[in-house]
Design a binder for this molecule. Sequence first.
Ligand code: MN
Length: 301
Amino acid sequence: MMVPNNFLGLLPETAAYETAQVLVLPIPLEATVSYGSGTAVAPQAIITASQQVELYDREFDREVALEVGIHTLPPLALPQDVAEAIQIIRRATAVAAHSGKLVVGLGGEHTVSYGFGLGLLDALGNPLTVVQLDAHSDLRHSYEGSPYSHACVARRLFETSGISQILQLGIRSVCPEEVALVRAHPDRLRVWYAEEVHAGHWREGLCARVQGQRVYLTIDVDGLDTAVIPATGTPEPDGLSWRQTLDIIRTVAQHAHIVALDCVELAPIPGLHHADYATARLVYKALTYALLGHSQTEPGC
Ligand SMILES: [Mn+2]
């Protein structure tokens, strides 16, 4: 039997747009990558790998996808012009978010998150908190001559009115310009570097900052340890473990309302399918927390 080519390989009755609570939006942007390449094929690689992911979630004791329904939208056709591509991503995200369903973007390089965030603001209004899992702060004003580089995406979001704060976890590569910006804006920017996460010094601070907020979660897969996800354009050592990553997302979901999420910067390596699979599983778990995480009874921070 042919597996349907959608996220998790769901049958039509579970994948129908009308009844789905989740919309998966493939965004195959690869325009400004600076090192390893391959992000353009990542959305389909994640979708293909997702068809091997078990639907039953032991933590929630249910087959989440079958209960909530997940519809996969067609991949966006994007031009080479980055500014134009961002506007297309913005419009598609806004249309998807207007439906009231949870929108899950599959990148593509991290630049997609600028268009994605703008689209969320268009559809859902202000303010939004951004929670960013990443090895890099992406707070440069420009990089390699482009303000739309993947290395500048958080800076573009920071400059966008309606983004109340950007909270970054797992960071281990920054430049002086980025450190200065974070120091100058402690109210709107907070970084928990990888060593702080490894030491466990993030939970109370993160809870306090997201409590009651609407959150856009952006997951750059290079935030994770390269043993978990080696297939990414700009890998950095000392990344977050699988458990740390889920712990952070679970904590955000319990204290805030995750209104949308994206997962970016996977750059599939042929023959190295565990990275695609881990990414697919991470996306499924993240959307599960976004939908159901607040109903879990956990002790407060
Ligand atoms: Mn990154």
